[in-house]
Every structure is written in structure tokens, then in C-alpha cells.
Design a protein around this ligand. Structure first.
Ligand code: SAM
Ligand code: FES
Length: 330
């Protein structure tokens, strides 16, 4: 659907629930009723960056740090395959401990399990992105966070908006399925800039778009901010579905943190992907981007059963495929 910035702002400012019904209809017509599950492994919470909103930022001395060794990552991936996952998502802070060679090893071993692999490890060089692709990575998630350059600069010390865009461009050129997204409810973020974020997703023809409310973490400089509202985050997600009908759009964990039914509501308002956590033990708790993270005491087995039941309860099906982006006519 072709929407102007003015149309998008109107949708975001409205209180009408018709938007969610429309997004659900567009989702059904373009990507169908299947929900793709992606098993998320949070393999390191060390980060050299210092994003003001993020609980694993470098300067958060209260964060208990951990790193998983390659063999442990492979064990989690194997178990995920056993539970029926067709995709594993490897996420971490920007942690130089995982050299190009270490990652190449991990990727090529996971590839033997016949799973799609998504990386979410931040900004790297073109050469590194190419090496990961050659070793079996299929997709890469890197949210732009906000397209308001002034706001971006104020939230990301020593990072560069243009470099983040360049990373997205490099990933597209290397043939990755590319995911981006934004945070909703950042301090000084306008509805107009959220509309620009959606138009940015369209401009780069993103394959995956993750939208989550900003949830203030008490151990960060933004601890006193009010954070994002569930409803606005849901609206941004629903309009994104209208603008990019064929994209894969997750019902994000942050949404479920704000509303106990958040992921089901999101699945009925345009989303078609869920990313259950398959990290085991205390690591889940230590990967604390924001407070109130769901399922921190659960096991991967429980999470897969729980989310499958929820998906079936709304008349949808868990996909048995790797779930690459549906036809790309936009
Ligand atoms: N380091 C990688 C990167 O920069 O893409 C991936 C890890 S990063 C922790 C994953 C995402 O967490 C970020 O893109 C950001 O949108 C989200 N995030 C961080 N802090 C958050 C907060 N306080 N509330 C909601 N989401 C947050
Ligand atoms: Fe690096 Fe959040 S500051 S992952």
C-alpha cells in the first residue's frame, strides 16, 4: 500500500482500532496464516558500545557479563533443531572476543544442522559481513533504532548514523535477507520521525522489521524516562505491515513485556514471526536489555510449547519451513 508521510502520521495519531484489522487482513493476504518461529540465542552480553537506552551498554557496571563458548552455542542450536526450529538467531552485544574465525566456525557447524541462520551482532566491516555470509549466515538484523539523525547522535555516543546505514547497504549488496527496525517512545522522538522510520524501511525494502517499545532500564542514563507505550509501538508495527506487505515482522518480546498478551495482539495486528528465547539457564536473566523481560526462568522446551499453544489458540499455524521472505514484488 502506498502511504504518504501525512497518511502515516494520521494513522499513528489516531485511536481507531481499524488500523489493526486492516494490517491483519494485509498480513493474511500477503504472507498467510503461518507463523515463523526463530530460536534466539543470546550468546554474549559484552558490548563495546554505549547506547544510552541499553542495559548491556559498556558502562553499566551492574550488568553481570557472560560469554558462551562456541561448543555451548552449538549445543543450544542442536537442541533448537530437535524442538523443530528451522532458524537460529545469534544475538550479542558488539563483542570483539568473537573473531571472524570463531564466528566462521560456529556458522559452518550450525549450517550442518540444515537451519537458516540470522546474525544480530551489530556493526562490522564489509569484509567480516562477507566472511559470515560465505560461512552460512542467511540473514542479518540491525535496527536503525531511529532515523532522526539528531536523536540518533544523542543516544549513541561515538557511533555514526551514516555508518549504520552503510552496514545495511553492505548487507543488502552481499545478498543477506536484511532486517532493521526502530525503538518507539524514545525521549524527544516525534510521531513524524516514526513515520520517517517506516518510510526508511520501505526505501531499503527491508526483508524483516522489528519494532519494539523503548523500556527504560534503571542502570542506564535513561532510567528516569517514561518509555514507550504499547499502543503506539503496535501502531508503528501495523502501519509497517501496510507499507511492506511481504516483509517478515516479529511480535517482539518487548511488546509482551508491556502487555501479557502482547505477542498475540501483535500477531493479530500485522506480525507473522515470533522469536522465542532458546538460551538456557541464568544467561537469560543476565541478558537484561530492560527490566521485566519475559520467560527468564523458563526452559526452551517450555517456551516452544507455550508459544505453539498460543499461536494455535488464535487459529494460526507454526510454519515448518525456514520462512524466507515471501515474494518480493514491492
Ligand atoms: N548489538 C546488536 C545491535 O546493535 O544490533 C544486537 C543487540 S541489541 C541489544 C538488540 C536490540 O535491543 C537493539 O537493536 C535495541 O533496539 C534493543 N534494545 C536495547 N535496549 C532496549 C531497551 N531499553 N528497550 C527496548 N529495546 C531495547
Ligand atoms: Fe551494545 Fe546495547 S549498547 S548491545
Amino acid at each position: 500500500m502506498k502511504l504518504t508521510k501525512k497518511n502515516i502520521v494520521e494513522f499513528l495519531n489516531s485511536t481507531d482500532d481499524e488500523l489493526f484489522k486492516l494490517a491483519d487482513k494485509v498480513r493474511k493476504e500477503s504472507v498467510g496464516d503461518e507463523v515463523h518461529l526463530r530460536g534466539l540465542i543470546e550468546f554474549s552480553n559484552y558490548c563495546k558500545q554505549n547506547c544510552l537506552y541499553c542495559g548491556i551498554r559498556r558502562d553499566n557496571k551492574d550488568c553481570i557479563r557472560y560469554r558462551l563458548e562456541p561448543e555451548q552455542i552449538l549445543e543450544f542450536a542442536q537442541k533448537a533443531s530437535g524442538y523443530g526450529y528451522k532458524t537460529v538467531v545469534l544475538q550479542s552485544g558488539e563483542d570483539p572476543y568473537y573473531t571472524k574465525d570463531k564466528l566462521k566456525y560456529i556458522l559452518s557447524e550450525i549450517k550442518k544442522l540444515d537451519m537458516a541462520i540470522t546474525l544480530s551482532i551489530g556493526e562490522k566491516t564489509l569484509e567480516e559481513y562477507k566472511a559470515y555470509k560465505d560461512s552460512g549466515a542467511d540473514r542479518f538484523l540491525i535496527r536503525i533504532e531511529t532515523t532522526d539523525k539528531k536523536l540518533y547522535k544523542s543516544l549513541h555516543p561515538n557511533m555514526d548514523f551514516d555508518n549504520r546505514v552503510k552496514c545495511l547497504e553492505n548487507l543488502c549488496n552481499l545478498g543477506y535477507e536484511v532486517g532493521t527496525g526502530c525503538l518507539v517512545g524514545l525521549p524527544n522522538q516525534s510521531v513524524e520521525s516514526l513515520a520517517d522510520d517506516i518510510l526508511f524501511f520501505k526505501k531499503i525494502n527491508a526483508d524483516m522489521i522489528g519494532i519494539g517499545p523503548f523500556i527504560p532500564n534503571p542502570n542506564t542514563p535513561l532510567s528516569q524516562e517514561s518509555g514507550g507505550a504499547f499502543d503506539l509501538a503496535l501502531r508503528v508495527m501495523a502501519v509497517t505491515r501496510l507499507v511492506l506487505p511481504y516483509a517478515n515482522i516479529p511480535a517482539t518480546t518487548a511488546m509482551e513485556t508491556l502487555d501479557p498478551n502482547g505477542r498475540l495482539i501483535a500477531l493479530q495486528s500485522g506480525a507473522n514471526v515470533v522469536m522465542p528465547n532458546i538460551t538456557e539457564g541464568d544467561y537469560r536473566k543476565f541478558y537484561e536489555l530492560y527490566p521485566g523481560k519475559i520467560c527468564i526462568n523458563d526452559t526452551p522446551a517450555k517456551c516452544v510449547g507455550c508459544i505453539t499453544g498460543k499461536i494455535k489458540s488464535i487459529g494460526r499455524e507454526v510454519s515448518k519451513t525456514k520462512g524466507f521472505r515471501a515474494n518480493k514484488p514491492d
